[in-house]
Ligand binder design. Structure first.
Ligand code: FES
Length: 92
């Protein structure tokens, strides 16, 4: 009789949700590695990472993107729209 395998299942892969006009939503907790080499540890269950660079809390989204909407880019034929399943929304 062999011993039962006691190793836990591997954790799920990190999940990052792209939104069409807002931040990247990253399942936390997460460490953000910044260009200057510093690490920003975020304990939140979902971390909103700014993609517009207008945030006063960059690299974290402070919802400044809401007042500065860019026109939707012309999509290439056959290109998927984001989010593909229509479920992603910016926070708020
Ligand atoms: S994505 Fe830049 S402030 Fe929200």
């Amino acid at each position: 009789m062999s011993a039962p395998d006691a190793s836990p299942p591997p954790p799920p892969p990190p999940r990052i949700r792209l939104t069409d006009r807002g931040p990247l939503l990253v399942d936390g907790p997460v460490d953000l590695l910044l260009p200057d080499g510093t690490v920003l540890h975020c304990d939140r269950p979902v971390v909103a990472v700014c993609t517009c660079r207008r945030s006063r809390r960059y690299p974290l989204c402070d919802t400044s993107h809401r007042g500065h909407r860019r026109p939707a880019p012309a999509s290439a034929p056959g290109a998927p729209s984001f989010p593909p399943d229509g479920s992603g929304q910016t926070p708020g």
